[in-house]
Design a binder for this molecule. Structure first.
Ligand SMILES: Nc1ncnc2c1ncn2[C@@H]1O[C@H](COP(=O)(O)OP(=O)(O)OP(=O)(O)O)[C@@H](O)[C@H]1O
Ligand SMILES: [Mg+2]
Length: 252
């Protein structure tokens, strides 16, 4: 990793009641990196994303984002400084159009952008939404309800909604779940473009072709504990990983 980490997770421990779901976990995500977090069902991946983004409280440990501790910040404040997530269950607003789903998470106008907008045909947030719709090939679906879309398209809308907030770090919880191989390949190509555009990624997914294909570095957890870290070529052949994860038939 070159440069200061975007995210620095130190000794993170999270419990659900008596169950330790994340156990003394430390890892970093660097600038322009795609980092994978994988592990069997129930390993603690979603709990980790929930905790990093402020939806679940931690029991012990530190979370530094851009060098600053964020443990005390609520979820919306973390999103505002650039730490944005998607949900395993997508959580789209089905009573809004695709465009409105994106507008909800577009950055709030500043006094400067409001002033500049007075001299433009379209406000900055609308241009931002249009740009992300075009980037993800969703322009033609902008006025549809998410409930009328295919599973693959709904996943893209969830990703678009996260991207419109211009995150510095995007945490993706199973973005390829239910996608067919062609859709997964398109997602792979898209994710690869994000770091250069200023968004680092923490990617959770069970699709090994996706994770091994796009990540610079992968961390593997089992029962909340880190069992291996390394580049895809090492993870693919790591015996502990094969035993804990790659060898098992996972339940999506
Ligand atoms: N709200 C909750 N209350 C109690 N236990 C929970 C809660 N959420 C998760 N757990 C438990 O915590 C552990 C970690 O769950 P988590 O959802 O983080 O795993 P995961 O790695 O995301 O799994 P999957 O691959 O199936 O999505 C599991 O044992 C799960 O049953
Ligand atoms: Mg999960």
């Amino acid at each position: 990793m070159t440069g200061e980490p975007i995210l620095d997770v130190r000794d993170l421990t999270v419990s659900h009641g008596g169950l330790i779901a994340v156990d003394d976990l430390s890892f970093q995500v660097g600038p322009r990196q795609i980092v994978g977090l994988i592990g069997p069902n129930g390993a603690g991946k979603t709990t980790c994303i929930d905790t990093l983004t402020g939806f679940t409280a931690l029991k012990r440990g530190r979370i530094l984002f851009l060098g600053q501790p964020i443990d005390g910040l609520p979820a919306h404040a973390r999103a505002r400084i650039g730490l944005v997530r998607t949900f395993q269950s997508l959580e789209l607003f089905d009573d809004l159009s695709v465009r409105e789903n994106l507008l909800v998470s577009a950055s709030t106008p500043t006094w400067r952008s409001t002033l500049t907008d007075m001299f433009r045909a379209k406000p900055a947030v609308d241009r931002q939404v249009d740009a992300v719709l075009a980037q993800l090939d969703l322009t033609g679906l902008a006025d549809r309800s998410p409930s009328s879309l295919s599973n693959g398209q709904r996943h893209l809308v969830a990703l678009a909604r996260a991207l419109v907030a211009r995150p510095k770090l995007l945490l993706l919880d199973e973005p390829a779940a239910g996608l067919d191989p062609a859709e997964t390949n398109e997602l792979k190509d898209l994710l690869r473009t994000l770091p250069e555009a200023g968004t680092s990624l923490l990617l959770v997914d069970h699709d090994m072709s996706l994770v091994l294909g796009v990540c610079d570095l992968i961390h593997v957890i089992d029962f909340g504990r880190l069992i291996a870290s390394g580049p895809p070529a090492e993870i693919r052949t790591n015996p502990a990983v094969i035993a804990a994860y790659l060898g098992q038939e996972h339940q999506p």
